[in-house]
Design a protein around this ligand. Structure first.
Ligand code: FES
Length: 159
């Protein structure tokens, strides 16, 4: 009789542990799903980079752009450097931060950038999301710039 009671107690406790294990496994999936939608950290403020435009003649004319990887800008991820039609420069992230995917650049300066993973679209003018395709997609990070035309030096600053 005592053996039966011990056995019953053992099975009852084992069931509790197994039940908790199944709950933990299911909960772990939910947490993982949430983590996949978390946004990566933004670039660190205060870092800057002096880009010598004399080394990039393809950016000398207004209406041109180039994708570059620069130390200390955007954590080393590529940025798009645009020489706008009005002669100013504009620099933004070249990576969609929904799930860190590359974007396809438009043929025209007023076109849309398209994320290659979920097809969210961004303005090529200011990096703002145009269509998030139902996902939590942030705008492209934009970097402050200062241009010294006498030295052809573009300073890119993480704000
Ligand atoms: S990774 Fe760009 S929209 Fe999902």
């Amino acid at each position: 009789m005592k053996n039966n009671s011990n056995r019953r107690e053992f099975l009852k406790n084992t069931g509790k542990v197994a039940g908790f294990g199944m709950f933990a496994a299911a909960f772990g999936t939910v947490v993982n799903s949430c983590e996949q939608d978390e946004l990566p950290p933004r670039p660190k403020p205060g870092e800057s980079y002096d880009l010598d435009l004399s080394l990039h003649p393809e950016l000398s004319s207004p209406g041109t752009h180039k994708v570059l990887r620069l130390d200390k800008v955007n954590g080393g991820d590529p940025v798009i450097v645009k020489h706008n039609a009005d002669g100013t420069f504009f620099v933004m992230d070249a990576i969609c931060r929904h799930q860190t995917c590359n974007v396809e650049l438009p043929d025209t300066s007023d076109g849309l950038m398209v994320c290659l993973c979920h097809q969210a679209t961004f303005s090529f003018t200011d990096g703002k999301v145009v269509d998030n395709k139902g996902y939590s997609v942030p705008d492209m990070a934009v970097f402050r710039t200062e241009y010294d035309s006498s030295k052809k030096l573009l300073t890119i600053i993480n704000d």
